[in-house]
Design a protein around this ligand. Structure first.
Ligand code: C5P
Length: 310
């Protein structure tokens, strides 16, 4: 393997995601739940810039609360850089700069996007030249959502969410995102789902008997028709996220009152994703929610996965 460095600095951009469908099955012994999900990458990006350095270091900008993102080995981007170095016997380090736009602990895979971007950036900076399959394998070791942030587009995820197959999706889907001031911990939301399921009758339809992405979800994506997709948006984690932050149910209702076709908690939340009937409708929904005192974002999907910008 060659370690010829190709540049002094590499800038990689990776997208956040929405789970347009998220079916959660049983919890396995490793603590992870079986998933059947459909990810869509959306136009809200994390930027990671990697510079040559002897050691490993990290700075983060774009967050309101600097304490919300760890700068040590708890940070997934830092772990990604070190994993790549050890997997390729690279002896040096890297200085990573992360500019965040995806909400922290928002259920949109921001930390996973950082990790995917760091893998791609260090691979290019160090000239380690890993194949896409090998990068995917390292990504899956870092976290269940990291492979999708590499992949982007629209994809079906099974296993822990890390086994990906591209889904055919036509056209563009417009989403208005409503973020929350307080984040939600992904493990806490999964634990809450297990607890709700254990309380007999608390969630009548769970756990699912068969763990598949329903055909209508895939048909709606293929049709490119947001009204069809709106009918099949589903998230098994939603009840658990709403249990942790009851205001989320009202946020979804407010979005629909403002003209969205449907709303869903994104991943483990608390970001709410409102599907709209096109760009103009999304702008109307955004304006109406702004008037109501919220700070919504208009994004679209599907967009590409982690990409080298320079
Ligand atoms: O892999 P990731 O860091 O995204 O997962 C965070 C946590 O979310 C896991 O430690 C686990 O508690 C929960 N999780 C899960 N089942 C999955 C994915 C995540 O229980 N398929």
């Amino acid at each position: 393997m060659s370690f010829a460095a190709i540049s002094d600095a590499v800038h990689v951009r990776a997208p956040g995601k929405i789970n347009v469908f998220l079916g959660v099955g049983a919890r396995h012994d490793d603590g992870y739940h079986a998933l059947a999900t459909v990810f869509q990458a959306v136009s809200l990006y994390e930027d990671v810039i990697a510079h040559h350095a002897d050691d490993f270091s990290l700075t983060v900008s774009g967050v309101d609360d600097p304490d919300s993102v760890p700068l040590d080995d708890r940070n997934l981007a830092m772990r990604a850089a070190k994993l790549l170095a050890s997997a390729t016997d690279y002896a040096g380090g890297v200085a990573l700069r992360i500019r965040k736009s995806v909400p922290v602990a928002g259920g949109m895979g921001g930390g996973s996007a950082d990790a995917a971007a760091a893998l791609v950036a260090c691979d290019a900076l160090w000239g380690t030249g890993l194949s896409p399959a090998r990068l995917h394998e390292l990504a899956a070791r870092l976290g269940a959502d990291v492979p999708f942030a590499l992949h982007g587009g629209t994809a079906v995820g099974t296993g822990r969410g890390d086994q990906l197959n591209p889904a055919l999706a036509r056209g563009r889907f417009d989403w208005v995102l409503v973020t929350s001031d307080a984040g939600l911990s992904t493990p806490v939301v999964y634990q809450r789902l297990d607890a709700l399921r254990a309380e007999e009758g608390a969630l009548a339809d769970d756990p699912p008997v068969s763990l598949d992405v329903p055909i209508p979800v895939l048909q709606a994506l293929r049709s490119g028709d947001p009204a069809l997709l709106a009918e099949s948006l589903h998230n098994d984690l939603q009840a658990a996220a709403v249990h942790e932050q009851p205001d989320l149910a009202q946020t979804i209702r407010d979005g629909i009152d403002a003209g969205a076709l449907a709303g869903i908690v994104s991943g483990s939340g608390p970001t709410v994703a409102l599907l709209c009937d096109g760009p103009e409708s999304a702008q109307d929904v955004q304006s109406a929610l702004r008037l109501a005192g919220r700070d919504p974002l208009h994004v679209h999907g599907a967009v590409a996965g982690a990409r080298i910008m320079s």
